[in-house]
Structures are given as structure tokens and as C-alpha cells.
Design a protein around this ligand. Structure first.
Ligand SMILES: Cc1cc2nc3c(=O)[nH]c(=O)nc-3n(C[C@H](O)[C@H](O)[C@H](O)COP(=O)(O)O)c2cc1C
Length: 379
């Protein structure tokens, strides 16, 4: 079983991720993790915190001479803004945060809750996911995320090879596939900042080249669609998850929703084993299993909860009405969310891969994929 945990508070010493069950023999490159961490810090609309942090991973265990050992890998990212002991409590809970329910549930201060609820924790998820994608790369699977809408502005997906799309996305300050629209969106974010307001949006992730059969139909908590939805929904501020057509499928006829199945012997040696689907409305998953089509998953992010022009709240000691507290905050973090969702999806795909093909050694995994595909072809 490939799994991970994170630990750490927003203004504590740092964030730790422990990845357990990562196979032996994979070249682990900390630059790949750092690149994702830096992308997580970027995107237009972030607040002052990102100017303080310079996220870099330190790999504390689980590798030797650049290769994974098969033992737990501890990933450490230091917080430069370490000041938790000096921080004041908040006495006016912010609507949209865990401030009120967390401080009541644990019978504690708001600070004790917000420090862990904060999206700073996603540094650990991105680090774990960026490690997992190195396993995926070793078997030819790629994961790619981008923003498809920001507030009311649509930034729809485009056709093209992954290499082309990556170049386009990396030109955009919003991590979208329409850099020509950056100026319009940035203007909207600036106007929002001026008004003391915030924005959300939608991100999409594509997983290219998955083999048949990751996940299973057989038990509810092993279905890959469910596991992806849980991982993505558990990202801070994500309030909706769709796979393939998603909610749109409820509005279309069956004939417009499902993907016909055809067979092309010329493609029998590809991951699709020759089973060509002219469309991919299912988003690569049928009955909780991959069908060798690209996996397409979207996530809706709500607007940031901390408002410079705050909503009404309650002063907790006196129970009198007051404006909610304000702390340094992002106006829009949808680009960063696309990086987080990309990496949590990568982790779940890697976990499903080792479940199907074993997890001891990468060479063994590669051979088992080949053997499985050979057996499937010769049925
Ligand atoms: C990348 C990212 C950055 C975020 N930055 C902030 C922020 O600066 N201020 C804020 O109030 N909320 C921010 N959030 C959202 C909160 O962490 C989140 O809304 C809160 O913890 C409550 O959790 P929930 O929205 O999942 O219910 C951010 C979320 C993400 C994914």
C-alpha cells in the first residue's frame, strides 16, 4: 500500500510528509519536487506569504545514491515564516474557515485550528505527489493540471500534445491554456483586491497514458473514481469534483454521454490494447477502473474565505456582533490549487498502480505491466 501523512502548522517550523510503500529502485530527483513546490507558491493573486517562503524539499530518509530504497521517505520543507509561538489568537471567527467549528469542537483557541487547517499544509501533499509522479514517469504515465475558469471568466481546455500544452500553460501567470486572456483575468483579480473581495475558479487535471485496470469495481472504497474524488475534495477550499462529463452527464441523453468502443489492431501494442474510444466523456474511468483513456478530473474552488472587507461575525468572549478577523491572505489561489490537485491526483494514481502491479521494485512493476498487457492482448 502506497500512502502518506503530513504534519506541520502554517507558522510552525515546517511541513513534513512521510511517504510509505514507495517502490525500490526509482531515481528520486528533489528538483522535480522543488519545481512543483515553486509552482504551488506562484500564480497571480497570492498574498505576502509567498514572498517570504522559498520552498525547497529536504529528503530526510528512504533514498541512497539517488535511488529509492523501498523504505519510508520523509520529505521536509522548512517554513521561513516560523513565528507560531508569538502569534495572537483570533477572537472573531472568519466565515468559510474552520475557526468557529474547530475551536468549539476541540474546546480551544481559533489559532490552534487555523494553523493546521491552513493551505500551507498542501506543501506536504504537493511534495508527496511530486515524489509519486516520479514513479509514474518511470512507467510512462504523465499528469498535467491547469486552470479552466477563474471567477466568471472561462479558460477552456485546448487540444494539443502535452508538451505543447505545458509550454502554453507555463507562459500564463494564471496557469491556464489561454495566456492571451491573462490581462483580462488579472484585471479582475486586481479589482477584487481593491474591493477587499476574493475569487474562486475551476481546475482540470489530465492523466495521460494510464494502463487498463487501475482501481476496481469490486469494493466501494477501492473504486478509483471514489478515491480520486476523496483526495481532491480534501484539498482546502475544493467544493466540487467532476470526472469526465461530470454534472453535464445528468443533462444529456445516454447516446450523447457514453463512449463507443471500436477495435484497431494497428494500436494493439499501445496502452489501449487496440480498443479505441472515439470520445472520452467518461474521463477515463468506468466502474471505478481505468479504461486506458486519459483520466480527466475537474475541481471547483470556492473564493478565499479571509476577506479584507470582512463579513459579519461574533466577538467570541462577549458574543457581540463584530466584523470577522482579517489576516494577510490570498485574493485568488486557483492557479496554486491546480498544482495541488495535479499532485494529489498523481499520488492516487501511483497508489492504484502499485496495488495492481506490486510495489517492491520498479523493474518488477515494469515487467508486470508488460506481462499483464501481453496476457490481455492474447485472450
Ligand atoms: C492554495 C490555497 C491557498 C489558500 N489561501 C488562503 C488564504 O490565503 N486565506 C484564506 O482565508 N484561505 C485560503 N485558502 C482556503 C482555506 O485554506 C480553506 O478555505 C479553509 O481551510 C477552510 O477549508 P474548506 O474551504 O475546505 O472548508 C487557500 C486554499 C488553497 C488551496
Amino acid at each position: 500500500m502506497l500512502r502518506y501523512w503530513t504534519a506541520g502548522e502554517s507558522h510552525g517550523k515546517g511541513i513534513l510528509a512521510i511517504v510509505d510503500g514507495f517502490p525500490c529502485g526509482i531515481a528520486v530527483d528533489s528538483d522535480v519536487i522543488d519545481r512543483e513546490l515553486q509552482r504551488r507558491q506562484g500564480g497571480y493573486g497570492r498574498g505576502g506569504r509567498q514572498r517570504i517562503e522559498q520552498d525547497r524539499v529536504e529528503i530526510l530518509s528512504g533514498t541512497w545514491r539517488g535511488l529509492s530504497l523501498g523504505s519510508p521517505i520523509a520529505l521536509w520543507v522548512k517554513n521561513h515564516d516560523y513565528k507560531i509561538e508569538k502569534m495572537e489568537d483570533l477572537d472573531r471567527p472568519r466565515p468559510g474557515h474552520g475557526d468557529l467549528s474547530g475551536s468549539i469542537k476541540y474546546l480551544t483557541s481559533v489559532r490552534a485550528i487555523l494553523e493546521r487547517a491552513s493551505a500551507r499544509e498542501t506543501v506536504g501533499r504537493v511534495a508527496a505527489g511530486a515524489l509519486a509522479r516520479q514513479l509514474l514517469t518511470a512507467v510512462g504515465i504523465e499528469v498535467f493540471g491547469y486552470v479552466v475558469s477563474l471567477g466568471p471568466i472561462d479558460l477552456p481546455p485546448r487540444e494539443g500534445s502535452l508538451a505543447e500544452l505545458r509550454t502554453i500553460r507555463d507562459r500564463s501567470a494564471l496557469y491556464c491554456l489561454h495566456p492571451e486572456k491573462d490581462a483580462e483575468v488579472m484585471e479582475l483579480i486586481d479589482a477584487c483586491r481593491k474591493q477587499g473581495d476574493t475569487l474562486g475558479g475551476i481546475v482540470e487535471v489530465r492523466v495521460e497514458n494510464p494502463p487498463f485496470g487501475l482501481g476496481t469495481h469490486a469494493q466501494w472504497d477501492h473504486k478509483l473514481d471514489g478515491r480520486l474524488a476523496q483526495a481532491v475534495m480534501a484539498v482546502q477550499a475544493i467544493k466540487g469534483v467532476e470526472i469526465g462529463l461530470g454534472f453535464q452527464a445528468a443533462r444529456t441523453f445516454g447516446s450523447e454521454t457514453h463512449d463507443a468502443i471500436t477495435y484497431d489492431p494497428a494500436r494493439a501494442n499501445e496502452r489501449c490494447l487496440g480498443f479505441v474510444r472515439p470520445t472520452n466523456r467518461a474521463g477515463g474511468l468506468e466502474a471505478g477502473m481505468t479504461n486506458a483513456q486519459p483520466i480527466i478530473i475537474r475541481a471547483a474552488m470556492k473564493p478565499i474565505s479571509t476577506l479584507a472587507k470582512p463579513l459579519e461575525s461574533v466577538h467570541l468572549p462577549s458574543k457581540q456582533p463584530r466584523a470577522a478577523a482579517y489576516e494577510r491572505s490570498d485574493v485568488c489561489a486557483v492557479p496554486a490549487a491546480s498544482v495541488i490537485v495535479e499532485n494529489v491526483v498523481a499520488f492516487e494514481i501511483a497508489a492504484a498502480l502499485v496495488e495492481k502491479f506490486g510495489q517492491d521494485n520498479i523493474e518488477e512493476i515494469r515487467r508486470r505491466i508488460e506481462l499483464f498487457e501481453e496476457m490481455a492482448r492474447s485472450r
